[in-house]
Design a protein around this ligand. Structure first.
Ligand code: ZN
Length: 435
């Protein structure tokens, strides 16, 4: 089985590209049975989504709640990686059942754990020497000029041609390295993750929507043509009976506003206004509550946080006040609330690690980016990104199989893949896409 993950690729975009043959080679394949729209996770970020995919469990059981998290004894901001995953993964289960695996670049796989096969970690890895299991694989990756993750600096500074050149080089080398691995090593499950799509959509979504400089829009079309050709080269190596799954972990839309939640909590007295530490500082924030990106609000509770001063029996009252405050925040110039849902952790998650989740999870309205700077000048800002993630527009496509689940979610891939391998996991939380 080959699984190709296209980070952030919206079902709506893919369907539109198939309809107008903008991906000529993939369109031929995908027309057989069109991609199916799929839901993602809250918060809608790649690490949480792929942890859900690879464990078949919700964040309350796999323990990845965002791309930044906090330890609180003592307070420290941490970037969760593969060591934080609190349960076993698809690769472990397949490998232990005698199916060798090759997995390349999936988020939350760094540092690479020992597997039955090969694992090349994802974008958190700072040094190619440490990216792969077994370590001997590193030499061939180095020789081929493998790039762990594209630099986004060109995107931040608007050097669009350099950005696209670099994305294309990263993509070409990633797919070439993956083909080298599957050609020369034994496997019965292989997964390639393409991160370059997410990077493109964040910085050049307007060009994807064909509402940008025509020259750059043409270059973005070229990027898609390159992706189409490279994926075709990869897929053509499969035998006709091989299983093939394509999927994304979330969708994308135009970014319209950024909301600085810590600024809002400061202005309304919930977060100590004297706190102006940049994110990354190891000092706990004062006051009742603070936010970590994206959209998670933690309270400072006595007996839970060592520095907390709020009595635990006031938790409900304060969370209710924050919820009603957030419900009153309108997108400037509209009467629409900036947030779609404001949830207690137990409404979204269940499991062994539920107590580590944020007290509130704020789901933004479409186009709204949730930020958490302690030094923001205003609650509402213009987003620096062109595109941001959406929850309900991921996709899944499975060769020669019909997805008949009425509301597919990324958590359903795990039991579906196991079913294809005639395996099961009684603790899987999703349900098969084929029933
Ligand atoms: Zn992203």
């Amino acid at each position: 089985m080959l699984v190709i993950g296209l980070d952030g690729y919206p079902c709506s975009l893919l369907s539109d590209q198939i309809a107008r043959a903008a991906l000529p080679r993939l369109s031929n394949l995908l027309r057989e049975s069109l991609p199916v729209r799929m839901e993602s996770v809250y918060p809608t970020v790649s690490g949480v989504a792929w942890a859900t995919y690879m464990t078949g469990r919700n964040p309350g059981n796999h323990r990845i709640f965002g791309f930044i998290d906090r330890k609180y004894k003592p307070f420290q901001l941490v970037i969760p990686d593969s060591r934080h995953i609190g349960c076993r993964t698809l690769w472990t289960l397949l490998g232990e059942s005698g199916h060798p695996i090759i997995v390349v670049n999936v988020p939350l796989t760094y540092p690479p754990r020992q597997v039955n096969g090969i694992l090349v970690g994802g974008f958190l890895c700072p040094d190619i020497a440490r990216v792969a299991y077994p370590p001997a694989i590193t030499e061939s990756l180095k020789r081929s000029g493998y790039i762990i993750d594209a630099e986004t600096g060109y995107g931040v500074s608007g050097q669009w041609n350099s950005f696209l050149d670099h994305l294309e080089t990263t993509l070409e080398r990633r797919i070439a390295a993956f083909i080298g691995l599957i050609d020369h090593h034994e496997w019965s499950f292989a997964q390639l993750h393409i991160m370059e799509t997410d990077r493109l959509f964040h910085y050049l979504w307007k060009a994807v929507e064909r509402d940008f400089d025509p020259g750059i829009t043409g270059r973005v079309d070229q990027f898609f043509k390159l992706l189409d050709g490279l994926l075709d080269t990869l897929i053509s190596r499969l035998d006709s009976g091989d299983e093939l799954i394509l999927l994304s972990d979330h969708g994308f839309c135009r970014a319209t506003h950024a909301v600085q939640l810590n600024r809002l909590l400061q202005e309304t007295g919930f977060l100590d206004a004297r706190d102006s530490q940049p994110v990354g500082h190891d000092e706990p924030p004062g006051g009742y509550a603070y936010s970590l990106m994206p959209g998670r609000i933690f309270m400072n509770l006595k007996n839970r946080e060592p520095w907390g001063r709020t009595e635990p029996d006031r938790r409900d009252e304060i969370l209710n006040r924050i919820t009603s405050l957030l419900s009153s925040i309108k997108i400037p110039g509209t009467d629409r609330c900036a947030f779609k849902r404001i949830c207690r952790s137990a409404e979204l998650y269940r499991g062994n690690y539920l107590s580590e989740a944020a007290d509130l999870i704020v789901v933004p309205e479409r186009g709204v980016e949730l930020r958490a700077s302690y030094a923001a000048g205003a609650v509402f800002e213009t987003s620096k990104l062109q595109g941001i993630h959406t929850f309900d527009d991921a996709f899944v496509w499975i060769k020669n199989r019909r997805v008949i689940h009425d509301r597919p979610n990324i958590i359903d891939l795990y039991p579906s893949i196991l079913e294809i391998f005639a395996m099961s996991d009684p603790e899987a939380e999703g349900s098969s896409l084929f029933h």
